[in-house]
Write a protein that binds this ligand. Structure first.
Ligand code: HEC
Ligand code: HEC
Length: 359
């Protein structure tokens, strides 16, 4: 089962929007015929489905210029959070690659060239666990608009809000479940929101960031402790190495505590908070569709309008029923659906032979 996402759906509209010139051609294709009720039909759907065009409405989201988001950006880009200094968050979530990595399956640690991102990034054949293909089992989702998810993060939802959102009962304070705790239990270290909670995990994955030598045999807690000590230059971290950034100065500025010590400020909780703040500033919602929903009839082409009508209409009304799952302004019901998607990649170790992926 796979979490439905909105981004691809949005892309459909954008692609459709760029085909303006089609309309000027004289054509017998039914898709190009003038439909005088198109705008009124679509606006009726928009009202009925209570669309605003802007999934960010009502959320307190940070600005990239804020000091904590700036600190988070530097942490997101540093390979010092990789066990063997060879992989960073940005390795698989680069802003220039749409918040992803433009690969079907990512290459994290042990790349041929650490600093080469996107197509052409290959495993070093001498790397630990190299066996001919990408070793991370699932595709890197974008970090763009990640702060707009209320219920789950990860394809299989293993970072999960336990009732924080209106949809799940609206009860605040039930916390967040993460892979560090059993099902249905709240993780006391998860932090304030799903994005912060998620940021605690990539560093613990052997194949994404941890690697196999420096932090060999350590558990999730020890990995994070080693990393905070490495960045803060205190304690006796495994795999410590000269760090070029002045992280203490960066953390003092990011957390507005000019006198804070490394032990106080450079904690993994704060690392996750700052990274979460940076990711939450990556909000991109100014689309032609938003302009259309908010009243500008000329913001999208007629072809796109017909696509939207199909997208948001049920089968009974001659539609394609996409919004049964890709509903609302964020184009998703945030739920899990069996969609017959073939498994791509090596799997997560499910099934009789450990080669399947039920996520
Ligand atoms: C080697 C590539 C790689 C690296 C490095 C990496 N990620 Fe990811 N990221 C992934 C993959 C793959 C997934 C999906 C995993 C899954 O769902 O099982 C993911 C999922 C996510 C998600 C969830 C998105 C969603 O919509 O559910 C966020 C947020 C994220 N990563 C942020 C980070 C941060 C922060 C870091 C650094 C601390 C990081 N990633 C490092 C590959 C990577
Ligand atoms: C039964 C629920 C359901 C229906 C109905 C549905 N989808 Fe999806 N859709 C999904 C799920 C689940 C995914 C997988 C998301 C993932 O892999 O992260 C998906 C993925 C997508 C993606 C890729 C999104 C991305 O970010 O990669 C696009 C584009 C898409 N759907 C468009 C459509 C269109 C167009 C329709 C109508 C013709 C439609 N969907 C109908 C559930 C549905």
């Amino acid at each position: 089962m796979i979490k439905s996402t909105f981004l691809g759906a949005l892309t459909l509209f954008l692609v459709a929007c760029s085909g303006d010139d089609i309309e000027e051609d004289v054509s017998t294709d039914p898709v190009d015929q003038v439909d005088t009720t198109l705008d009124s039909d679509l606006r009726a759907i928009i009202v009925k489905q209570a669309l605003t065009g802007d999934p960010s409405i009502g959320r307190a989201l940070p600005d990239i210029e804020e000091p904590k988001a700036q600190l988070g950006m530097k942490l997101f880009f540093t390979k010092s959070l990789g066990g063997d200094f060879d992989s960073a968050c940005v390795t698989c979530h680069h802003p220039m690659l749409g918040g992803g990595d433009d690969l079907v399956l990512p290459i994290g640690v042990d790349a041929e060239i650490d600093d080469l991102l996107g197509p052409g990034r290959l495993h070093n054949v001498n790397g630990d666990h190299f066996d001919g293909g990408p070793t991370v089992p699932r595709n890197s989702p974008t970090t763009f608009n990640v702060a707009l998810w209320d219920d789950y993060l990860f394809h299989d939802g293993r970072v999960e809000s336990l009732g924080k959102t209106p949809k799940m009962g609206g009860k605040d304070g039930l916390g967040i479940r993460t892979p560090d705790v059993p099902f249905e239990q709240s993780d006391g270290y998860a932090g304030d929101n799903l994005v912060v909670a998620q940021a605690r995990f990539p560093v613990t994955s052997d194949e994404e960031m941890k690697n196999f030598s420096n932090f060999g045999g350590t558990d999730n807690h020890q990995v994070r402790e080693n990393l905070e000590q490495r960045l803060g230059d205190y304690g006796n971290p495994l795999g410590g190495k000269l760090i070029v950034n002045n992280w203490l100065a960066e953390f003092r500025e990011g957390f507005a505590e000019p006198d804070g010590t490394a032990e106080e400020l450079i904690t993994f909780d704060n690392i996750a908070k700052a990274i979460g703040e940076y990711e939450s500033s990556q909000i991109f919602v100014d689309t032609p569709w938003k302009a259309y929903v908010q009243g500008d009839d000329s913001a999208i082409s007629d072809v796109a309008k017909r696509g939207a009508k199909l997208f948001f209409s049920a089968y009974e009304d001659g539609g394609a029923n996409c919004s049964a799952c890709h509903s609302g302004d964020f184009f998703t019901d945030e739920d899990f659906h069996v969609i017959g998607m073939a498994q791509i990649g090596r799997g997560k170790g499910d099934g009789e032979y450990g080669t399947e992926d039920f996520g």
